[in-house]
Design a protein around this ligand. Structure first.
Ligand code: ADP
Length: 158
């Protein structure tokens, strides 16, 4: 059984994340979406809300589950759940520059491999930060995010 972990803060989950996770689920028997609470900036959504949004979004996708990442090392989490690999999406060379030392560090720490998937052209402009910014300034972000996230963003506006 091949298991992949897709880690991130998902604050909030957007369609670029959803597409990468769905593609990972075609490559692996099981995928765990690992929601990090260890953020530098104050998140818009609590870790519980971010987990709930991901669970609702992937409830119909076979083999995908959602777990909190906790505050420890990602490689320890992967060992605990028995993961064979990490899966990350790359939007551009900047993402590669940021992700590649982390991938090498994780491999040196525990032998864990990272699989990079090139982001689909429809989503290369998407980031959680931009989605939040556009929403906060009154823009419509519905086409960039799953329903579970839309509902919570609308609730925040009321
Ligand atoms: P962070 O770990 O920086 O908080 P995010 O929660 O924003 O990251 O994203 C988690 C992962 O999703 C990133 O490591 C990246 O691999 C991937 N990702 C983010 N945005 C996109 C996108 N638009 N298309 C494809 N993959 C993405």
């Amino acid at each position: 059984m091949q298991l992949a972990v897709c880690p991130g803060s998902f604050d909030p989950l957007h369609n670029g994340h959803v597409e990468i996770i769905a593609r990972a689920s075609n490559l692996f028997d099981e995928v765990i979406v690992a929601v990090s609470s260890n953020m530098h900036k104050k998140p818009m959504f609590s870790v519980e809300e971010r987990i709930a949004m991901a669970q609702e979004t992937f409830s119909y996708v076979r083999g995908v589950s959602v777990k909190p990442l906790g505050s420890g090392l990602l490689t320890d989490f992967c060992k605990e759940v028995g993961a064979n690999a990490l899966v990350k999406g790359l939007r551009d060379p900047k993402d590669l520059g940021y992700e590649s030392p982390m991938a090498t560090m994780n491999r040196h720490l525990s032998g864990l491999e990272t699989v990079f998937l090139a982001a689909d052209g429809r989503y290369t402009h998407l980031s959680s930060t931009l989605v939040k910014e556009v929403h906060t300034l009154g823009g419509d972000v519905a086409e960039f995010i799953p329903r579970a996230v839309q509902r919570r963003l609308q609730d925040r506006r009321r």
